[in-house]
Design a binder for this molecule. Structure first.
Ligand code: UD1
Length: 418
């Protein structure tokens, strides 16, 4: 298993360009199942999650051209199976996004429950309920979602809770359903609008993208299209935190500051000097940062996917700050590892209280999930000595060549293959 050795103390400086968004690419790749025409994503990222989705689509019979990191094209004209097996799905929860498209175009799908979790623990109940509203018959049996539909019919869909994946699945099903579907309490994340824009360029009729009510008028069929995905706001936010914690200064290109408003406001409140342009962000963080309080929320709120990285930053700010996690209540796996580096963090349920300005000192730490890994690396950038970050395969799921990108900004970070 690969690990990183990070030597703290270097301020990050220079220029970096943000990669295409993983969480936009994955649903767009699944959307290629909706047509026999060729769908091309003109730019992609070289990530393990993109490989996993490629493997799943290839298993279903999709012919893929190009390579992750460059343009990728998908030809789903000859689908051979409608099964997404456990072995391919367990590695990545987003695999469940093939359910809506398979059902809409072929009237059948069998998809493993993600992560081997019971439906109550990491549920996809809202995806299932929404597809049932469109007339799908769905059974959950032996860890599989088995869905059938002679024809999907547009209907009102109301999500009890805002769900990104659930909104994407129903959107992809509704575009080929007969009649009108209205999705209420839809997720407003930029990745949903990006998927919707691809679907529109494939011939779908969709209104209200980016709002909490999306209306879809079903069409008989979709055609191929070429799409350029949005930049990765989570990669951008992670790099911003890395620059801020080291007291660095950099220009971030190919960024969309509108996708990070809540996050940028918090960094400014802490004292970071941030200038947001149309497509770039300039950040300077020379002065001491002040603590702040955050609470995660669906877009446009503070993203849960930047909570761990922000917590690392709070360890070096003046005063005490709080982090309330409202989306995934147990998403604090990074806390004991940050504590190993010397962070002063107290947990009270879904609230973390971080006392800042604690000197961090190198220690072996272990990444537990994708964003937690990023948080540990950010902390290691200011820890005294050489921190060993283990299990960075989690990081490789969602950040392309993170060590090379941070090294280019002046960080001392090395991958040890193992
Ligand atoms: C997506 C993102 C993930 C991000 C999350 C929240 C992708 C590939 N992943 O995940 O990085 O952290 O949004 O912004 O885009 N829930 C239910 N029932 C369901 C579905 C969800 O109860 O059927 C709950 C979840 O347990 C969670 C909340 O709803 O508490 C939000 O989850 P959701 O928005 O669906 O997250 P994902 O789409 O899995």
């Amino acid at each position: 298993m690969d690990k990183f050795i990070v030597e703290g103390g270097n301020p990050l400086r220079g220029e970096i360009s943000i990669k295409p968004a993983k969480n936009a690419l994955l649903p767009c790749m699944a959307a290629s199942l909706l047509t026999g025409g060729k769908v091309t994503l003109s730019e992609t990222s070289n990530l393990m999650d993109i490989d996993s989705m490629c493997r799943l689509l290839q298993h279903l019979g999709v012919a893929i051209g190009g390579r992750p990191g460059g343009a990728l094209s998908f030809d789903a004209s000859e689908i051979g199976t409608f099964d997404a097996p456990y072995d391919l799905v367990r590695k990545m929860r987003a695999s469940v996004l093939v359910l809506g498209p398979l059902l809409a175009r072929f009237g059948k799908a069998k998809v493993s429950l993600p992560g081997g979790c019971a439906i109550g623990a990491r549920p996809v109940d809202l995806h299932i309920k929404a597809l049932q509203a469109l007339g799908a018959e769905i059974d959950v049996d032996n860890g599989y979602i088995i869905a059938r539909a002679r024809e999907l019919t547009g209907a009102p869909v109301f999500f009890d809770k805002v769900t990104v994946g659930g909104t994407e699945n129903i959107l992809m099903a509704a575009v080929l359903a007969r009649g009108t579907t209205t999705i209420s309490n839809a997720a407003k994340e930029p990745e949903i609008a990006d998927l919707g824009n691809l679907l529109i360029s494939m011939g779908a009729r969709i209104e209200g993208l980016g709002s909490d009510t999306i209306t879809v008028e079903g069409v008989n069929e979709l055609h191929g299209a070429t799409h350029s995905p949005i930049p990765d706001r989570i990669e951008c936010g992670t790099i911003l935190a890395a620059i801020a914690i080291t007291g660095g200064e950099a220009v971030i290109k190919n960024a969309d500051p509108h996708h990070l408003e809540a996050y940028i406001l918090k960094l400014k409140e802490m004292g970071a000097d941030i200038v947001a342009g149309e497509k770039q962000i300039t950040v300077r963080s020379t002065c001491a940062l002040r603590s702040a309080d955050i609470m995660t929320a669906p877009f446009p709120g503070f993203p849960t996917d930047l909570q761990a990285q922000f917590m690392a930053l709070l360890t070096q700010a003046e005063g005490s700050g709080t982090v309330r996690e409202e989306i995934f209540e147990t998403r604090f796996m990074h806390v004991p590892e940050l504590q190993r580096l010397g962070a002063d963090i107290r947990l009270e349920g879904n609230l973390a209280v971080v006392r800042g300005m604690t000197p961090l000192k190198a220690a072996p730490v272990m990444a537990s999930d994708l964003r937690a890994s990023a948080s540990l690396i950010i902390a290691a950038l200011v820890a005294k000595g050489r921190t060993e970050v283990n299990r960075i395969y989690h990081l490789d799921r969602g950040y392309e060549h993170f060590e090379e990108r941070l090294s280019a900004l002046g960080a001392s970070i090395e991958r040890i293959r193992g």
